[in-house]
Design a protein around this ligand. Sequence first.
Ligand code: ACO
Length: 324
Amino acid sequence: MSQIYARITGTGSALPERVVSNAELEKIVDTSDEWIRTRTGIQQRHIAADGETTGDLATMAAQRALEAAGVKASELDLIVLGTTTPDLIFPSTACLVQHRLGANGCAAFDLNAACSGFVYALGVADKFIRSGQSKKVLVIGAETLTRMVDWTERESCVLFGDGAGAVVLEASAEPGIYATCLHADGGFKHLLYNPVGVSVGFKDEPNHGVRIQMAGREVFKVAVKTLDALVDETLQAAGMEASQIDWLIPHQANLRIIEATVKRLHMPMEQVVVTVDQHANTSSGSVPLALDFAVRSGKVQRGQTLLLEAFGGGFTWASALLRY
Ligand code: ACO
């Protein structure tokens, strides 16, 4: 039997309407547009309206991806949704989105790998397709991460935004995803985490103690080192050279982290999809949002080779090398 590949046949994304500039943040915390731009590359972020949820953004992104692929929701046999900010504790946001799309009956689950959520979800969906278990899969990365932001903490509040992206993956005789690499090291929990939850309990503090705690400089250092090794591993797994990559679509956390990875690949910045300036860090939403922007702007073309990578809380890190 010939090899089955998982191929992206459609992409979509969604952003909240409200845009918050760096200048607006200058009024809330002791920061400056200049500091944020030079340290992170971020110029603005989108922030969900009151009542607007991860599921709302995920549904919109999914509808656009299905439309682009020409696939009906009823044809889906699996939905995997990467998120760390689900609408409810349960049911999963994947189940809520499934019902709103009208895909009732197919398998649906959330996957929490923090900022690596979408690339992890892509890796899982790829295995379902390669094994013959699934033929048409919806993979979503969606977040309302600003709900976890402490707006009095300048070190972290300037970094994040809300958004969602989605792809439809279909079984195909043509590549397709060549390789995915997924990793985690829970020993780094203390550098990036949210200290409360159902089992640990909540706190008698603003927002019930829900807030991102991050040792920014340490996260930065580990991210750069880890992504360097991940790029090498992924190329090796696919039996490819860096020179064969047409586009790098990295997690959009910080332009300086992206530039470090690019240096490793000896790639010009012209071959890198950058949206961190417009979207900031949307966690699981970041890679599929960047992919959809690159596809819809005409940058990414059919037949090109893409390297997707992400790094986030856990720590988790993941990559996918694929032919679009
Ligand atoms: N505005 C102005 N000054 C600031 C701000 C701000 N928003 N934030 C920090 N500073 C100050 C600091 O207090 C410090 O001042 P000091 O020198 O007087 O002590 C100075 O700026 C430098 O701070 P550093 O932390 O050394 O700055 P750095 O260059 O490392 O940039 C940043 C900080 C942007 C957080 C960077 O380390 C980074 O991007 N780290 C990775 C973070 C990340 O990607 N997190 C998300 C991971 S994904 C996930 O799973 C959620």
